[in-house]
Ligand binder design. Structure first.
Ligand code: ATP
Ligand code: MG
Length: 570
């Protein structure tokens, strides 16, 4: 699959918007634009759906049009109100407002039934008693024409009677279907007398047991679009071959509104999967902790991870809309959240893997409140006080007893800066007698370097973050990595089963981190930059007053810039 890597910050322009602009110019549909986002409530929304939402509602908004939210709820065995509710809250979170235009295909069941009756009356649909297996056999292949069903030439009266009895529950599930009568030798398999209705005795989450026949997607979708007066029905490429059927049904029924179906390439994102079927599997088999697991590419997952709706919308604008399938690098998604949080997330200090530091020459009974900037990008965010005392914690990895060549952080005899505080020099190392592990450092500080400024032009090569041991608060921090360890887990060349590509190290939990005291009581969902470590978000599920839990949204390393640089060079 080709990669699509351009950052495009021009006002949106793409082949769909061009088509619509032409339509408006020609006063097609009286110059109106009506779009819809039509999720099936059989799972949670993912980042691919965000692309579709941004596209449909964006196009409507740009053209003074409207965008409906429609639940495409025609397959009750897989659908549920839990999904309806989650989808509504995810769409709202993204920032789109459907006003009073919330619809359900199930609201049209009676109308759709009447449309089917109309087709039968025209001699364009028939009840077929072939089994599913037989229908498949009769359909033929891409190189062979299909065979007509022996039931194809039933009379209109017989079909009307049979269809009515299908609805009345007189037949077993699967014993017959209503089919369109089109062309069994069409080169397009979708046109070889496709099924329009099937019998399914399954309770529907909205219509209960009122119906035992349910319309197929191809039949209900075009008609729901038409009923709602949709002008442009935008869907993903896999429906390209369904378009002739979409048009056939609307033409045969002579409806007032005949929307134009336009297909675009679905979003594929590296190191993850964007398919509800696969995501359901991950949830149900326990590979992740639910739909909102912060590693999931669901909107509820990335929201819990700390992504903002603004960053998602920017991402969708930047990837644009194309007609050919491509794979977007997940680094671009990360770039967008970093860019957004850089502007608005307050900086704080937290230590993930604490190493105790004792400042030997600092008085035991003194606590200084030092000034720290909340966001160097935005002076308006002000300053806060950070307590400094004799016993501190720094990051274990910021000290090396035997530093390699390019390691400029703390080492025996070496001086470094503590952010907003003082220069310190390491004068002693305490180790665990049994394991040899470094458990404590002794340092001295230079009182003339208060605030981290050098008094005499003396240079240090590293600035470390730190917290005061006695004042810091405990926190749990969850570090995430890609959910899969290959770029395209759906590629059969990688593995027969996409689950074999799951990254076993996608979650690392650190339970004894120390955060500066200003974080006490941080509210769920609030976002911070931990200096030098990345952006973190208070977990909205597991964090509490007594135990702070943070999710790492993203590191500070801009892998996207690196990719771009490499591309420019190459
Ligand atoms: P999945 O393939 O994940 O099961 P779906 O297409 O079955 O998704 P729907 O609920 O039918 O899910 O999708 C609602 C809308 O979102 C449709 O218009 C669909 O085309 C669009 N959509 C789904 N996945 C993507 C994607 N990866 N990129 C862009 N649009 C998508
Ligand atoms: Mg679908």
């Amino acid at each position: 699959m080709p990669k699509s890597n351009s950052i495009n910050s021009e006002p949106a322009s793409d082949f769909i918007r061009n088509i619509i602009a032409e339509d408006i110019k020609a006063n097609k549909n009286d110059g109106k634009v009506v779009t819809r986002f039509p999720p099936e409530p059989n799972g949670y929304l993912h980042i691919g759906h965000a692309k579709s939402i941004c596209l449909n509602s964006g196009i409507a908004a740009e053209n003074n049009g409207i965008c409906n939210l429609r639940f495409d709820d025609t397959n009750p065995s897989k659908e549920d109100t839990e999904y309806v509710e989650s989808i509504k809250s995810d769409v709202r979170w993204l920032g789109f407002d459907w006003g009073n235009r919330l619809f359900y295909t199930s609201d049209y069941f009676e109308q759709l039934y009447q449309y089917a009756v109309q087709l039968i009356k025209k001699g364009k649909a028939y009840v077929c008693d072939l089994s599913a297996e037989e229908i498949r056999k009769y359909r033929g292949t891409l190189t062979e024409p299909g065979k007509e069903s022996p039931y194809r030439n039933r009379s209109v009266e017989e079909n009307l009677d049979l269809f009515e009895r299908m609805r009345a529950g007189k037949f077993e599930d699967g014993s017959c279907v209503l089919r369109a009568k089109i062309d069994m030798s069409s080169p397009n398999l979708n046109m070889r007398d496709p099924a329009l209705y099937r019998i399914r005795r399954v309770s529907h989450h909205r219509t209960g047991d009122k119906w035992c026949i349910y319309p197929m997607y191809d039949f209900s979708h075009c008609l729901s679009d038409s009923i709602e007066g949709i002008t442009h029905s935008i869907c993903t490429l896999e429906f390209e071959n369904n378009r002739p059927l979409y048009d056939w049904i609307l033409d045969e029924l002579e409806v007032e509104c005949h929307p134009q179906q336009i297909e675009f390439a679905r979003l594929n994102l590296s190191y993850t999967v964007l398919s509800k079927r696969k995501l359901v599997e991950l949830v149900e088999k326990g590979h992740v902790n639910g739909w909102d697991d912060p590693r999931m590419p669901t909107l509820s997952g990335i929201r819990r991870r700390g992504y903002t709706p603004e960053s998602m919308r920017n991402f969708c604008d930047r990837i644009g809309v194309a007609k050919r399938d491509s794979m977007v690098d997940i680094a671009l998604l990360e770039y967008n959240i970093r860019e957004d949080l850089n502007k608005r997330a307050p900086r704080v200090m937290a230590v993930l893997r604490p190493l105790k530091v004792i400042i030997d020459n600092y008085p035991e009974d003194i606590v200084e409140e030092l000034d720290a900037l909340n966001n160097p990008e935005d002076p308006g965010m002000g300053i806060r006080k950070v307590p400094f005392s004799r016993v501190l914690y720094i990051e274990q990895e910021d000290f090396r007893e035997d530093p390699p060549k390019k390691f400029f952080r703390l080492a025996p005899g070496r001086e470094v800066r503590l952010r907003y505080a003082y220069f310190i020099t390491c004068v002693g190392v305490v180790k665990d007698e049994q394991t040899g592990e470094v458990i404590e450092l002794h340092c001295t500080y230079d009182p003339k370097t208060k605030g981290g400024d050098s008094p005499d032009g003396r240079k240090v090569k590293a600035t470390l973050h730190w917290v005061s041991a006695a004042h810091s608060i405990e926190a749990e921090v969850r570090l995430y990595d890609h959910l899969f360890n290959v770029a395209n887990p759906s590629d059969k060349k990688e593995a027969e089963d996409f689950k074999d590509c799951l990254n076993p190290n996608s979650l690392e939990t650190l339970s004894s981190c120390r955060a500066e005291p200003s974080l006490a009581g941080a509210s769920p969902g609030s976002r911070y930059q931990f200096e030098r470590l990345g952006y973190f978000c208070v977990d909205s599920v597991d964090s509490s007053e007594s135990k702070l839990v943070f999710n790492r949204t993203v590191t500070l390393r801009d892998t996207w810039a690196k990719i771009q640089k490499a591309q420019k060079k190459g």
